[in-house]
Structures are given as structure tokens and as C-alpha cells.
Design a protein around this ligand. Structure first.
Ligand SMILES: Nc1ncnc2c1ncn2[C@@H]1O[C@H](COP(=O)(O)OP(=O)(O)OP(=O)(O)O)[C@@H](O)[C@H]1O
Ligand SMILES: [Mg+2]
Length: 360
């Protein structure tokens, strides 16, 4: 506890389509300490539905979650899901911030598919590079310093829906980020190697290529854990609840008894994973074509990352190291919680990254 003043605490809130997750972090002198965490199931999809009752149900669930978790602050950061935001990285000559703002707006019009007046635009300088340009005809080439800018755009109506949910829940939504930025903060930290981050949730899988610890290219596909469950249910002609259990119990390893029903689980899973792998390869090719370096590893996260045998399966197809991300690497917590927190790492990665926004 500080000698005077209140402890500085921040909430990271991840609104997923399957569950809400909260993590509360305390700033202990530019270091993060876990103060509490929790989750609550939420079988709703607020992004695809703007209905009043949905907003009310999500804020009620959020209120219930923060009550159960016993959070002590109202300062929250949340994220817009990958499929709802447009993200790109652009390069502009280095210039004063004021000029940069209008240059970015001008550039944004070329890239962003929807009208700017319906869009909330955000940008952040994520690095610097040198480029060779020919200033005028007849003049020699010269080197200029370029700023690398991460540009994000989201619809105003989506942003106002989020604002309303937090207000109804009695929380102060200080910042709304993208999930990719939050995941890089919790899972990549200061690691500068080129890598691939894969967040497999219930309804979507987000793929993010990361270089020098910042997102360079993101793609989202609407295939996730739910699609795997449906595939198992269909292939084995069983109810979704049983298929969900089979998925968690057997994953890609399948059952032990030959000829048993469980034996068909891996095939049903692979049928869906193949579409995800196609998208991963496509994203990597786009990245390489833009001059990105070869990726050296894959970090998996999201509930779907817990699928038994997934790291080995992806490793065999992609030929690089595949591991499950640990979002607690830069967080202090009681030693006795270690086994539990490591198990929950894939579930809370986004919430941890969001909660650490004011620290790292
Ligand atoms: N042990 C497990 N094996 C396989 N899948 C699992 C396991 N545990 C959870 N899942 C799956 O993870 C998914 C939920 O993941 P997560 O909590 O990341 O989703 P979400 O963030 O709410 O969804 P989204 O990001 O798509 O909006 C579900 O499809 C669930 O079946
Ligand atoms: Mg998610």
C-alpha cells in the first residue's frame, strides 16, 4: 500500500461472444500486480446485434461479474473485436504531430472502406524506418525518415454501444483498443522477433502478424470453437452439448478404443482447422509480399488454444515453433495461484493486456 493516496488499479474487460472476462491490475511502481480476475458466460453476440435488450443484458452481466470478482476501481479499458475494426499500417514521412494528424486523415480516406464521418479513427506511431525517395525529377535519390503508423477505424455506432454498456454498468470506459494491441502487450511484451498471434475464440479466429512487438497485419475469420463443436456434432450425429464435451475431452488426440465414436472427433476438428490454416498461410503470404520477415514462432491464445494437440498439429503444418501464450509473464501474483493462472492464460490474455495499458 502507498504511504498516502489510493492504490492505482485498472480493469481490463474482454467482451467475447461466449463470455465476459475481467482482470484488475495494480500499478506497483511501473510494474503490474494482479488484484483480481473473473469471468461469466454470455451466450450473446452484441457486435452483430444493436438491440436495446442485448445492451441491457450485457451491462447487467458486466455488473454481476464485477460484483462477483470484487473489483475496487471503475477505470476500465476494453477492446473492439478483430472482425469489427479496420486496421492497417501506413508509412508517412516524419513530421510534427499536428501536421501528421491531417496527413493521416487524408491517407485514411484511401484505405478505409466506410465514410469517415461514420467512423472513429485512431492512430499510433509504432516505429520508424528509412526510405529512399526521389524528391523531384532530375534530383538524386535521398533517404528520409518515415513514421510507421498503426491506423484503426471502427463504426461510430459500435463505439457508442460499448460506451453505453460500460456506463450502464457504472464503469468509466477510459479507453477502447483493438484486441490485437492488447494481446501483443500481454503475450509478446518486448520480444522483437517476427511472429504470428492466433486468437481462437468461440465465433472468430483472429490472426495477427507481429514484428518489432507491434501488430503489422491482422485478419479475422468467422470460424472458431463453435464451428468445431458443430462439425463434431454433425459428424457423430450427437447433440452440441455432447460434442462440446468430446471436443474438450479428446481434442485432436481422439479416443483410445479403436472403432469407438470418439475416434472420429479429430477428423471433424481437422475439417474446420484446415480452413483456419488456409487463412493463416494467406495472411503470411500477404505479410511477406509487403516485405515482412519470416515468422519465427506462433503464439496461440483464446479458449480454442486449449484444444488438445493443437500446437503439435499446427507445428507439423507450418514448420515453426507453436506455443500457448502466457499473459501473466509480466504480472506479479501469489505463487500458489501459478498452476491455476497458467491454465487460464488462454482465456484471460486479452483482459490482462487491456488491464496493463497504463503500465506497459
Ligand atoms: N479445453 C478446450 N478444448 C477445446 N476448446 C475449448 C476448450 N476450452 C474452451 N474451448 C473453446 O473456446 C471457445 C471460447 O473461447 P473464448 O473464451 O476465447 O471465446 P470468446 O472470446 O468469448 O469468443 P470470441 O473471441 O469469438 O468472441 C469455445 O468455443 C470453447 O468451446
Ligand atoms: Mg475472444
Amino acid at each position: 500500500m502507498p504511504l498516502f493516496g489510493r492504490p492505482k488499479r485498472y480493469l481490463g474487460i474482454d467482451i467475447g461472444t461466449a463470455s465476459l472476462k475481467v482482470v484488475e491490475i495494480e500499478d506497483i511502481g511501473r510494474r503490474a500486480k494482479l488484484s483480481t480476475y473473473g469471468s461469466i458466460d454470455l451466450p450473446l453476440d452484441i457486435i452483430k446485434s444493436g438491440a436495446r435488450e442485448v445492451i441491457v443484458r450485457v451491462s447487467d452481466a458486466l455488473k454481476e461479474l464485477i460484483r462477483r470478482a470484487g473489483v475496487t476501481t471503475d477505470k476500465a479499458t476494453s477492446a473492439l473485436p478483430g472482425f469489427s475494426v479496420f486496421t492497417t499500417v501506413i508509412e508517412l514521412p516524419k513530421m510534427p504531430e499536428k501536421e501528421l494528424a491531417s496527413a493521416i486523415r487524408y491517407e485514411a480516406e484511401k484505405y478505409i472502406p466506410s465514410p469517415l464521418e461514420e467512423t472513429v479513427l485512431d492512430w499510433e506511431i509504432v516505429g520508424e524506418t528509412e526510405a529512399e525517395i526521389t524528391p523531384k525529377e532530375g534530383e538524386g535519390r535521398k533517404k528520409v525518415l518515415m513514421s510507421r503508423i498503426l491506423l484503426t477505424a471502427a463504426s461510430k455506432s459500435l463505439v457508442s454501444r460499448y460506451t453505453e454498456i460500460f456506463k450502464n454498468a457504472g464503469l468509466d470506459l477510459e479507453s477502447l483498443e483493438t484486441e490485437a494491441v492488447a494481446l501483443v502487450r500481454s503475450l509478446v511484451g518486448e520480444d522483437t522477433t517476427p511472429l504470428l498471434l492466433i486468437d481462437m475464440g468461440a465465433t472468430a479466429t483472429d490472426i495477427c502478424l507481429v514484428e518489432d512487438a507491434s501488430p503489422r497485419l491482422t485478419r479475422s475469420i468467422d470460424i472458431g470453437g463453435n464451428a468445431i463443436t458443430r462439425s463434431i456434432a454433425k459428424s457423430l450425429s450427437i447433440k452440441p452439448e455432447r460434442a462440446e464435451q468430446f471436443k474438450k475431452d479428446f481434442g485432436l488426440k481422439g479416443g483410445l478404443a479403436e472403432g469407438a465414436l470418439e475416434e472420429r472427433v479429430p477428423q471433424a476438428i481437422i475439417a474446420i482447422l484446415d480452413d483456419i490454416v488456409k487463412e493463416i498461410r494467406h495472411a503470411c503470404n500477404l505479410f511477406y509480399n509487403k516485405g515482412g520477415r519470416r515468422i519465427e514462432k506462433v503464439i496461440l491464445t483464446g479458449g480454442g488454444a486449449k484444444l488438445t494437440g493443437l500446437p503439435e498439429y499446427l507445428n507439423s503444418l507450418l514448420g515453426v515453433k507453436v506455443l500457448i501464450g502466457n499473459p501473466w509473464a509480466r504480472v506479479e501474483y501469489p505463487e500458489e495461484l501459478r498452476p491455476l493462472l497458467l491454465e487460464l492464460g488462454a482465456d484471460f490474455a486479452a483482459a490482462v493486456g487491456l488491464a496493463m495499458r497504463n503500465i506497459y
